[in-house]
Ligand binder design. Sequence first.
Ligand SMILES: [Zn+2]
Length: 189
Amino acid sequence: MVGEEPDLTKGTARPITVVGNPVLHREVKDVTAFDGELSALIDDMFQSMYAAEGVGLAANQIGVDLKVFVYDCPDDEGVRHIGHVINPKLEEYPADRRRELDDSNEGCLSVPTAYAELPRPDFAAVTGVDKGGRPIRVEGTGFFARCLLHETDHLYGTLYIDKLSKRDRKDALRQMAEGTPRYATVPNE
Ligand SMILES: [Zn+2]
């Protein structure tokens, strides 16, 4: 395991925003205050992610306009990665690495019950800071790389379905319309 399990005596699960909610479709704000409120937000985000059985969660998925994501996600070697990143920036794909695409299925708590194949690079690295404001860098391969890319995208207003072909996007939205999420969601107005 890389990282630390969160203290689950803290925090409360909140309902998940879904596609169509404006907070998911624009870049959210940089975090500038590293205080108790930020720690409490991260606790709530872990609780919300676990309640919805996700492997990653961005703050705008619980309606908060701040660049924070949390994750508890395995990579393709079976290593479990747990942590949070604040104000993440995606690094360029390393020039000395052979770029391979992984076209596994992807889903999103904000597009409940839908899945679609989406090619993603098999490696990703993000830099940012932790809740103490200290610089961090997180890198991953396989499914965990997909998670880092997916969560960073969220904070810049992009959902994975925005990267699909028109037809696949429509199909994902149809799956969502036909399914019933197993967790609480925020109704769209
Ligand atoms: Zn998502």
